[in-house]
Design a protein around this ligand. Structure first.
Ligand code: HEM
Length: 452
């Protein structure tokens, strides 16, 4: 190291002293260590890349953008991308390899037969893929969607009642109320003449309005006036999608410095402040009154999701912490609003394209509410509208609101045709309806696949 140190001191035109010699030597050694480490990592990366290419050779691969980025950015949430995905399914039918940058291979699965083994694998062998779900973590924390292992199992058992269909019964009044507000707005707008509306925006506000009432018993009137909390949720939903498609945004340290990153942080703070406020108030009331008096005070009111969470106990009688409750409430707000708004928007789209089916649905509902003072849908009605139900299900099949689920294999997973998804690979399962939109049964209305 000494000759190099001497040379460097000469180049820098600095007088040689024992201390400077020592300092420059230490610096050079540190640089050498960094270089060797980077070299080691490059060798590991090349070997892993080579190994991944070899093991994924059994899956056909669409042309990549380039070696480094792979297929990154070739699919986003635009209509062109949806058409491109349809082409992929038509070309590769079962599965194809996909490079989300050179160091992140995934297998895209299309056919239900090849998706099945991944969905049947245990949560330990095919956990949720952090790359796709991780960007939601600063917002949703360790709620059911993002948690894994022991924690997920415990919370899932504690929240079993929240997934029971009957829990929705007392909320019918809220759903009717929120829908009436939306219809009222449309009527007023239509009275002024022809109007064009972004249905997804309108319906998202309605589903968020319903959820805020069901989860927190809070009425923000968000369908009629702006609400910071609701605006923050809508902003977070779109920022997460945008982040997925920008490679540089994937690094937390860079993302925090961007305008998007700062907006994300601000919106997260707004949402967390609201949720923490409700949880703390309710917890305080529960501890001041005691469980019995508190339950009495809630009588006559609809039990909301925060109540369900506050009262949930595990097998050992332990309850959820405030942090856990907030994470589950934020998760339900996110999972509940976008999925239902997307599903309902597609139902309206499909019925608009098929006026004959629209008419049959309308006749079915009008018949149900014929002799009622207020034409409201009641709980019992839900099982008395077979044609409308078929239309909703067929629309969900053709245009699923959650288009894919992502997993990361911690073990090799064998597919029915003998091919193996190698350990460490990401998997993106996207069950695709038949491209010609053929319905599942002759009795089911066939909407056709439509433009996307
Ligand atoms: C049409 C409506 C809906 C569709 C299509 C849908 C679809 C899905 C899918 C596919 C998953 C699995 C995601 C994965 O494993 O990667 C999921 C998970 C989840 N959904 Fe929904 N969902 C809908 C409505 C809702 C609603 C209304 C709520 C709550 C209010 C909700 C709460 C959740 C939660 C908490 C999870 C995580 C469950 C867990 O991992 O244990 N979903 N949903």
């Amino acid at each position: 190291m000494l000759p190099l140190t001497d040379r460097l001191l000469q180049v820098l035109a600095v007088e040689k002293t024992p201390f400077r010699t020592l300092a420059v030597s230490a610096l050079l050694l540190a640089l050498l260590a960094l270089l060797l480490r980077a070299l080691g990592q490059a060798v590991v990366f090349c070997r892993r890349y080579h190994e991944n290419c070899r093991r994924l050779r059994c899956f056909p691969e669409p042309p990549r953008k380039n070696w480094l980025l792979g297929h990154l950015g070739m699919v986003n949430s635009s209509e062109e991308s949806m058409l491109f995905l349809n082409d992929l399914v038509a070309t590769y039918v079962h599965a194809c390899a996909w490079w989300f940058t050179a160091w992140y291979p995934i297998v895209r699965l299309f056919h239900p037969a090849v998706i099945k083994p991944v969905l049947l694998a245990s949560a330990a062998i095919a956990p949720k893929d952090n790359l796709f779900y991780g960007f939601l973590r600063p917002w949703l924390g360790d709620g059911l969607l993002l948690s894994s292992g022991e924690k997920w199992g415990r919370h899932r058992r504690m929240l079993t009642p929240a997934f029971h269909f009957d829990i929705l019964k007392p909320y019918m009044r809220i759903f009717n109320q929120s829908t009436d507000i939306m219809h009222g707005k449309w009527r007023t707008l239509a009275e002024a003449g022809p109007v064009s509306l972004d249905m997804f925006e309108q319906i998202s506000l309605m589903t968020l309005d319903s959820l805020q009432k069901c989860v927190f018993s809070y009425n923000s009137n968000c369908q009629e006036k702006a609400s910071d909390y609701i605006a923050a949720i809508l902003e977070l939903s779109s920022l997460v999608v945008r982040r997925q498609h920008h490679l540089l945004y994937h690094f937390d340290c860079l993302y925090r410095l961007t305008a998007d990153g700062r907006s994300f942080q601000r919106a997260c703070d707004t949402v967390h402040r609201f949720t923490a406020g409700v949880v703390q108030q309710r917890r305080l009331a529960l501890s001041q009154l005691g469980q019995e008096a508190w339950l009495k005070s809630r009588q006559g009111k609809t039990v909301d999701f925060i109540d369900v969470l506050l009262l949930a106990k595990d097998e050992e009688g332990r309850d959820l912490s405030d942090r856990d409750i907030a994470a589950e409430a934020d998760t339900f707000m996110f999972e509940g609003h976008d999925t239902t708004a997307s599903g309902l928007s597609w139902v309206l789209y499909n019925l608009a394209r098929h006026p004959e089916y629209q008419e049959r649905c309308r006749a079915e509902i009008q018949e149900l509410v014929r002799d009622r003072e207020t034409p409201e849908i009641e709980w019992e009605d839900l099982s008395q509208m077979p044609f409308t139900t078929m239309c909703i299900k067929e629309s969900l099949r053709l245009h699923p609101p959650v288009t894919a689920v992502s997993r990361r294999c911690t073990e090799d997973i064998k597919l029915p045709d003998g091919r193996v998804i190698p350990k460490g690979t990401g998997v993106r399962g996207r069950a695709c309806p038949p491209l010609n939109g053929t319905p599942t049964s002759p009795k089911v209305p066939g909407f056709g696949a439509g433009p996307v």
